[in-house]
Design a binder for this molecule. Structure first.
Ligand code: AMP
Length: 398
């Protein structure tokens, strides 16, 4: 349980809200998915209704720490925020510099200032205490609503929160919703509970997979990571993505699943191409017939049929990672079909990860899912049961 914004007194105060406005943009700099901005609105509106002065802050992508680069500016976010709130938002030109200080000292009740990308300051990613002190001077209350960044020990997530006493720091509505939903699904799932895991690599999800085996009834593997498992079983995988150093780990995971009676499903056929390109020729083959110089870039139709049957009795489904290179239409069918299959089920469905949420949006299924998390890495960490610096400092002491 974490302290929620409703548990503390914020009326008429200066409130610092750490948001996650790390939204995807296209090559022209347009925001293509503003879900993370929309999800921050309930907390911002709650503060507006209580006549607060609202200081918003977020990171955006990965600029070189300490350097201002226009393409990483939050300017486009403040414009979108202004439209969504129908309320003025002042965009500061820096993070803790003269302009931010001026904007904040000019604030009146109900004003909103968005600081520039926190990562323009080198102290953010290094959890620098002096930077946190500078930020803390802006506000009386600290609210963290950046679920997608809570697993990072960064200054605005950790050191800054600790500058405020327990009655002046809390989680916003988004972070509370994410934690409550994930914890309930993980701790008390209605069974059968099935995990569908895809994406590029085993390495990023190894620990989450291990801890999922302790909790679920079935695991379905797709995406690039499937090839490490297939290779560990002795299959020829050609030029498909493989992490050779994780072959032993892949074997261990499957042995653990077997020992625990967890059903483990791998693709039985794949969509193959001689090269990673949108214009390449493609073919579909059983995994026993992958040619040496071709690579698997999506699951095939037989795999989807198998996975559909395995998902048929699911009561809870957690999905993280696409089934193929869904960004290229030729290799997106497996992911789109998986999205439809999960959306059509009667199970409680939880989608985690930016790419997976993107697949469900492209498939037109996003509103059919029970819950779509705004944080991929953070939700994996929650599943792993690992330390979450941003959440740990907000916990209510028993
Ligand atoms: P992750 O961030 O680990 O969830 O990985 C998402 C990425 O995995 C997407 O950008 C997909 O294009 C990529 N991906 C999925 N399947 C494959 C595959 N078979 N080979 C290479 N990349 C893949």
């Amino acid at each position: 349980m974490i302290k929620n914004i409703k548990d503390i007194d914020i009326a008429n105060k200066k409130v610092f809200i750490r948001c996650d406005f790390n939204v995807p943009k296209d090559e022209f700099g347009n925001i293509v998915d503003d879900r993370r901005i929309r999800e921050a609105l309930p907390t911002i509106k709650y503060c507006l209704d209580r006549d607060c002065k609202i200081i918003l802050a977020s990171h955006f992508e990965r600029p070189t720490p300490g350097q201002y680069e226009p393409k990483y500016s939050l300017q486009a976010v403040s414009i979108r925020l202004k439209k969504l709130l129908n309320h003025n938002v002042v965009q500061a030109k820096d993070v803790v510099g003269d302009d931010a200080k001026k904007c904040i000292s000019n604030m009146k009740k109900g004003d909103i200032v968005l600081l520039e990308n926190l990562r323009f300051h080198e102290g953010e990613t290094s959890n620098d205490d002096d930077f946190a002190t500078e930020l803390s001077k802006f506000a009386d209350v600290y609210i963290n609503d950046a679920f997608g960044a809570t697993h990072r020990k960064h200054a605005s997530i950790y050191a800054l929160g600790l500058k405020f006493d327990e009655n002046s720091r809390a989680g916003g509505f988004l972070i509370t919703k994410e934690i409550n939903f994930f914890c309930k699904v993980i701790e008390e799932p209605v069974r059968p509970f099935i995990a569908v895991v895809g994406g590029s690599k085993v390495s990023g999800k190894l620990q989450a997979l291990e801890s999922l085996i302790d909790k679920v009834d079935k695991v379905i593997i797709g995406g690039g990571m499937a090839f490490t498992f297939l290779k560990s079983l002795g299959h020829e995988v050609g030029n498909s993505l493989v992490e050779d150093d994780l072959i032993e780990d892949a074997k261990k995971i499957m042995t653990k699943a077997k020992a625990k009676g967890v059903k483990f499903y791998l693709p039985v056929d794949v969509v193959l191409a001689p090269e990673f390109s949108a214009n390449t020729l493609i073919k579909n083959l059983p995994i026993q017939e992958i040619p040496k110089d071709w690579m698997g870039l999506d699951i095939g139709p037989a795999s989807m049929m198998l996975f559909r049957e395995a998902l048929d009795d699911a009561q809870t489904i957690i999905w993280n990672g696409p089934m193929g290179v869904y960004e290229i239409p030729k290799f997106s069918k497996g992911s789109i079909k998986m999205s439809h299959c999960i959306a059509e089920s009667h199970a409680t469905t939880v989608v985690g990860g930016g790419d997976t949420a993107d697949v469900t949006a492209r498939a037109g299924d996003i509103d059919e899912m029970s819950f779509v998390s705004t944080g991929g890495g953070a939700s994996l960490r929650l599943i792993e049961g690992k330390e979450m610096p941003g959440i740990d400092i907000l916990r209510i002491k028993e």
